[in-house]
Design a protein around this ligand. Structure first.
Ligand SMILES: NC(=O)c1ccc[n+]([C@@H]2O[C@H](COP(=O)([O-])OP(=O)(O)OC[C@H]3O[C@@H](n4cnc5c(N)ncnc54)[C@H](OP(=O)(O)O)[C@@H]3O)[C@@H](O)[C@H]2O)c1
Length: 191
């Protein structure tokens, strides 16, 4: 199968289209035909090897083999399911999050059925679904689980025009907060 691979840190030119081995499923996994994925700020930072501290994980001089395919979120259609899979079946349309597992810039991806994966809402396209996973789930996690957001609070979203920020504004409003968003002048109308 085809994949976008990077074997050295640098500008977008380090990304190369290559043939890589198609993954095979274990009993508790599904094989997904990837339809859409995203290029996030985090992907770009990893591609550049930013920050030096992150290279402890990614690899000091060149990216480690396990991080050479970027992409943290994707959507697609399940092609095959392992013998023990109960929650999903071939033909299901899903969207999923890999986080630091990365590896979404590929044609096929395996996911554990209990991984961060759900059926794609019918009223969303594959492209829309792939792009809500990281930003929305990060914003929701930090506002709800970490900050324990409450109705009537005043919330400042710094970077309100970004992937996480646009969701953070909407989620904070949903929980009944009074929201102030910070962004550059170009994005004021959006925010
Ligand atoms: N789980 C996690 O912890 C997690 C997950 C994903 C991402 N992240 C990190 O969270 C950060 C935001 O990610 P993202 O995907 O939302 O990025 P993004 O879409 O690129 O958004 C960046 C935001 O930061 C603002 N910004 C840029 N430079 C700024 C500056 N000098 N001063 C103030 N604001 C500035 C931008 O505003 P304007 O464009 O309007 O200037 C924009 O709102 C990144 O550092 C990313 O690596 C963390």
């Amino acid at each position: 199968m085809k994949a976008i691979v990077y074997q050295k840190y640098g500008q977008p030119e380090v990304l190369q289209l290559k043939d890589v081995e198609k993954p095979t499923i274990k009993d508790n996994e599904v094989l997904i035909r990837v339809y859409a994925t995203t290029v996030t700020t985090a992907d770009c930072m990893m591609r550049r090897g930013d920050t030096l501290l992150s290279r402890i994980l990614l690899g000091f001089i060149t990216p480690r083999k396990k991080y050479q395919i970027l992409g943290t979120e994707f959507s697609g259609t399940i092609e095959a399911a392992g013998n023990k899979v109960k929650k999903f079946k071939p033909g299901d349309e899903i969207y999923a999050f890999r986080g630091f597992g990365t590896g979404c810039y590929t044609e096929y991806k395996c996911m554990n059925e209990n991984g961060s994966m759900a059926l794609k809402p019918r009223n969303m396209t594959f492209i829309e679904a792939a792009s809500v996973v990281d930003g929305a789930s990060t914003a929701l996690f930090f506002l709800k689980e970490k900050a324990n957001i409450k109705q009537g609070q005043n919330v400042l979203i710094n970077g309100a025009s970004g992937s996480i920020g646009t969701f953070a504004v909407q989620i904070a409003k949903y929980f009944g907060a009074t929201v102030t968003g910070v962004c550059s002048t170009n994005n004021m109308e959006l925010v």
